[in-house]
Design a protein around this ligand. Structure first.
Ligand SMILES: Nc1ncnc2c1ncn2[C@@H]1O[C@H](COP(=O)(O)OP(=O)(O)OP(=O)(O)O)[C@@H](O)[C@H]1O
Length: 304
C-alpha cells in the first residue's frame, strides 16, 4: 500500500497535455510555422482534413514520463511518432497544448530560453546519426559542450569518458566515415550522454542497422540506463525492440495515442483491433509458450 502511494506521488519529468500538431498540406515547411487553427473546432478540422487542406499529425495527445523510465512510442509509418518527439525538442512548433519538462512549459519559451532548454534539459539521438562529417569522433561528442561554452579541457575530459562508456575508446581521432553504422550510432549516443540532460529523446535510433548490431545497442542502452536513470522517450516501429526496452509504451494511430500501458498490459489486453494487430505475433508466441509449459506440467512425473 505504502509502496503504491509513493509511486503515485513521484512527479513526472515530462508532462504532455492535449498536444496537437496540424500541418498545412502541401507546404512541407519543416513545421516551424504554426498554423492558426482552433483545434477545438472539430467540425472545421475534420472538413479541412477531408478537403486535403491539413494533416493532423498529432491529435490531442497526453502522457507523462517518469524519472528513470523508458517510454516507448510505437505506431505505423505516418502515425505521428517523429512529429511528436520533435515537438518535445521544439524542432517543430506545436499547434496547441503544453509540454512541461521539469515543470517548465517549453511551448512558451522565448528563443533564448529554448536554446538553454536544448543544451541542458533534453538531448536527442536521431535515426541518421546527425554527426558532423568533418569533425573527429572526439570533436563530435564534445561539440554540444562547446556550444555550452565549457572550457576545452573539461569538454574533452567529459567527451572521452562518454566515448569510453559507449565502447569506442581508441576511436576518438577517427572521422565518422571510417566507422560502421553501429559505431556511428554509438557516437550519436555518446553525444547525447555527454550533455547529461535529464531527458533523452531517441527517434528510431537503431532501425536501419543490422539486427544483431541493433540488439547489441539495445543491450547497451539498458546497461547505460541502469547507471543513468534518465527519462527516455524512444520511438520505434519494432515491437520486439519496444518490448525489450520499454517500461511503458504508447501506441499511436493517425496522430492519436490509442493505448498506454506496460508491455505486458498491451500484449495481453490490447485496447482495439489496431493494437491487437500489432501484438498478434507476440500473443501467438506467448500462447505457444503457455501451451507447451502446460503440456510439460501435465506430462512430467513430478507434477502428478
Ligand atoms: N513538415 C510537414 N508538413 C506536412 N505534413 C507533414 C510534415 N511532417 C510530417 N507530416 C505528416 O504528418 C503525418 C505524421 O508524420 P510523422 O513523420 O510524424 O509520422 P511517423 O509515425 O514518424 O512516420 P515514420 O515512421 O514513417 O517516420 C504524416 O501524414 C506526414 O505526412
Amino acid at each position: 500500500m505504502s509502496e503504491i502511494k509513493s509511486i503515485n506521488t513521484i512527479s513526472p519529468v515530462v508532462e504532455v497535455k492535449n498536444l496537437w500538431k496540424v500541418f498545412a498540406k502541401g507546404q512541407r515547411s519543416k513545421g516551424k510555422k504554426t498554423l492558426n487553427i482552433d483545434v477545438h473546432d472539430e467540425v472545421t478540422i475534420s472538413q479541412m482534413e477531408k478537403d486535403g487542406k491539413v494533416v493532423v499529425a498529432v491529435r490531442d495527445v497526453s502522457f507523462e514520463i517518469y524519472p528513470g523510465e523508458i517510454f516507448i512510442v510505437m505506431g505505423l509509418s505516418g502515425s505521428g511518432k517523429s512529429t511528436l518527439i520533435r515537438c518535445l525538442m521544439r524542432l517543430i512548433e506545436v499547434t496547441a497544448g503544453t509540454i512541461k519538462i521539469n515543470d517548465l512549459d517549453i511551448t512558451s519559451l522565448s528563443k533564448k530560453e529554448l536554446v538553454k532548454h536544448r543544451r541542458y534539459q533534453a538531448a536527442m539521438v536521431f535515426q541518421h546519426y546527425g554527426l558532423l562529417p568533418h569533425k573527429t569522433v572526439l570533436d563530435n561528442v564534445a561539440f554540444g559542450l562547446k556550444l555550452r561554452d565549457e572550457p576545452k579541457e573539461e569538454r574533452y575530459k567529459k567527451a572521452k569518458a562518454a566515448i569510453e562508456r559507449v565502447g569506442l575508446k581508441g576511436w576518438e581521432n577517427y572521422y565518422p566515415a571510417a566507422l560502421s553504422g553501429g559505431m556511428q550510432q554509438r557516437v550519436g549516443i555518446a553525444r547525447a550522454l555527454v550533455m547529461d540532460a535529464p531527458v533523452l529523446l531517441m527517434d528510431e535510433p537503431f532501425s536501419g542497422l543490422d539486427p544483431l548490431i541493433s540488439r547489441q545497442l539495445q543491450d547497451e542502452l539498458l546497461r547505460l540506463q541502469e547507471e543513468m536513470k534518465k527519462s527516455i522517450m524512444f520511438v520505434t516501429h519494432d515491437l520486439s525492440e519496444a518490448l525489450r526496452l520499454g517500461d511503458r509504451m504508447a501506441i499511436m494511430r493517425k496522430g492519436s495515442i490509442v493505448q498506454i500501458g506496460t508491455p505486458d498490459e498491451i500484449v495481453s489486453n490490447p485496447a482495439d483491433d489496431y493494437v491487437a494487430a500489432f501484438v498478434a505475433d507476440e500473443r501467438r508466441t506467448l500462447e505457444k509458450t503457455k501451451l507447451s509449459l502446460g503440456n510439460k506440467l501435465v506430462s512430467t512425473p513430478a507434477s502428478s
